[in-house]
Write a protein that binds this ligand. Structure first.
Ligand code: ADP
Ligand code: MG
Length: 359
């Protein structure tokens, strides 16, 4: 997919002016509140008309002020999921999905309805009305309805902002699965650095309607132009793995790449995928293999980079092809004499690993 954007849009004192090219995979749009993220998505979807510019999606111009082109939202083949997506209240879950499905000509359909129902685990609620669904269920239905229409591009505007941890984990997993497995490109708006790092292949940072910087999602951890509004203290590593055997009645093991992580008891069965979260501030970094220590996870890693922000220092540690980010104070980094490419041990208590499971 390729999405070429060159849009301007004014609202009173606010002006959006963005020029960029969005490529394959999941592109994150990151920025503080009122920076124009939703306005940008609305212009792409066709729900707002830019004042000027051009939007080209897969070499088809869907908007052009100079050529007076403005393709209607239904014809753009763009899916859209918001924080509070509206479902059709008088329809059942199945009828909501059928609406999306029937919008799409047969030859364009990627999967069938049952694939989508299965993917988002909607079997239990498929015949229910939508008015009494929980927030997490509604978001799963909203995502399913968008996917059922086999869009060429999926726009997601803070879809996890009002969800609990388990639903966040579930939806993040599914978005990744759809992005890779169905080859569906996405533009994902969020102000959570953790979600961006977990999900986005690249990010565009916007502020006051302007693009500030773009690149790999890890730039959010070390770029001075974002440092003042990112809540680094809450940064969490969101990791997907495969459930290994259980360790005892209270603990499970999760295989993430080459790493085996001891976790609290997981609900997912052996061999299944699941997602966990580890706060960067819960990872202890040691230069030496600790001897007598009760923490269940002691993982050998290499420091890939050290990034200083105002209040903490982030140590990106490479381990079995993955990166785990630990947050330390600047002083402890100095005290430990940590440097890039040092070998270190990461100490993580099993209870610091938080399952993000639905069950
Ligand atoms: P974000 O999604 O990054 O929080 P928005 O795109 O929603 O930001 O809003 C950007 C700015 O544009 C804000 O100042 C907002 O008040 C203004 N704005 C957005 N939509 C409208 C509208 N329909 N009418 C007037 N002002 C709007
Ligand atoms: Mg918004």
């Amino acid at each position: 997919m390729s999405l070429q954007l060159n849009v301007t849009k004014k609202y009173g004192g606010f002006e959006l002016a963005i020029q960029t090219v969005i490529g394959n995979g999941i592109t994150g749009i990151f920025g503080p509140s009122a920076s124009g993220k939703s306005t940008l998505l609305n212009c792409i979807a066709g729900f707002e008309d830019p004042d000027g510019g051009q939007i080209t999606l897969n070499s088809k111009t869907v908007f052009s002020s100079s050529f007076k082109i403005n393709i209607s939202p239904e014809k753009r083949r763009v899916g859209y999921v918001h924080q509070h997506s509206a479902l059709f209240p008088h329809l059942t879950v199945r009828q909501n999905l059928e609406f999306g499905y029937n919008l799409t000509e047969k030859y364009r359909r990627v999967g069938n309805l049952e694939d989508v129902v299965h993917l988002l685990q909607l079997e239990q609620i498929i015949e229910r009305g939508v008015t009494h669904l929980s927030g997490g269920e509604r978001q799963r239905v909203a995502l399913a309805r968008s996917l059922a229409a086999s869009p060429d591009l999926l726009l997601l505007d803070e879809p996890l902002a009002s969800l609990d941890l388990p639903f966040r984990g579930f939806i993040l997993e599914k978005l990744r699965e759809v992005s890779r497995g169905w080859n569906l490109d996405m533009v994902y708006v969020s102000h959570s650095v953790s979600e961006m790092i977990a999900l986005a292949d690249s990010v565009i940072v916007i502020r006051n309607g302007m693009k500030v910087v773009e690149g790999n999602a890890s730039l959010l951890l070390n770029n001075s132009s974002v440092a003042d509004y990112v809540d680094y203290g809450s940064f969490e590593n969101i990791l997907q793995g495969v459930v290994d055997d259980s360790v005892d009645e209270n603990l499970s093991a999760l295989t993430i790449g080459d790493v085996r992580l001891i976790t609290p008891k997981l609900a997912a069965e052996k061999g299944k995928q699941t997602t966990v979260s580890i706060k960067a501030s819960d990872i202890i970094v040691s230069k030496y293999l600790p001897a007598a220590i009760s923490a269940r996870n002691i993982l050998k890693a290499n420091i890939a980079s050290i990034n200083h922000s105002e209040n903490s220092t982030f140590i990106d540690c490479e381990i079995g092809g993955r990166v785990l980010t630990a947050a330390l104070t600047r002083q402890s980094v100095l005290d430990l004499g940590l440097r890039t490419s040092d070998e270190v041990y990461l100490i993580i208590k099993a209870t610091s690993v938080i399952p993000m499971e639905l069950y």
